[in-house]
Design a protein around this ligand. Structure first.
Ligand code: CU
Length: 135
């Protein structure tokens, strides 16, 4: 009996570990065309990707759906908080997955943040930050 329980527990643990590793690798947002540390000339093309959620225009929140946001010189928005709309917090509420971004020369932290149809953040696990230099 003890041995059966142990084997079951080990099998369960293994399954739990492998599924969380897969999620960590696969789910989330990404800068498709810009690498961390890149040097860019303004204006530049921004291509935004998401795996594990669907992109749709803003509107009534639906589980598993939302839109991208570009936060300039800001961290991810904590889960459950509304993302403000200003020149440093750009909403792609039309469901856009790319944009042409203009920034003055300098070094910037760029954060992609996925949020629901009412701009409520899905939190850190649905955000990605990079640092870029704009010439
Ligand atoms: Cu929004």
């Amino acid at each position: 009996m003890f041995r059966v329980l142990t084997i079951t527990a080990i099998a369960f643990l293994f399954a739990a570990c492998s599924s969380s590793i897969t999620e960590a690798e696969d789910n989330g947002v990404s800068f498709l065309n810009i690498e961390d540390g890149a040097t860019l000339s303004s204006p530049f093309l921004l291509e935004m990707g998401v795996v594990g959620m669907e992109v749709e225009p803003k509107g009534a929140p639906r589980e598993g759906y939302g839109h991208h946001h570009l936060l300039v010189n800001d961290d991810f928005a904590p889960e459950g908080t509304v993302i403000v709309a200003d020149p440093r917090h750009i909403h792609y509420g039309g469901g856009q997955t790319n944009d042409t971004v203009s920034l003055d020369p300098g070094t910037y932290k760029l954060t992609l943040q996925f949020a629901d149809g009412m701009h409520v953040s899905y939190g850190k696990s649905w955000a990605k930050s990079i640092t870029v230099t704009v010439e």
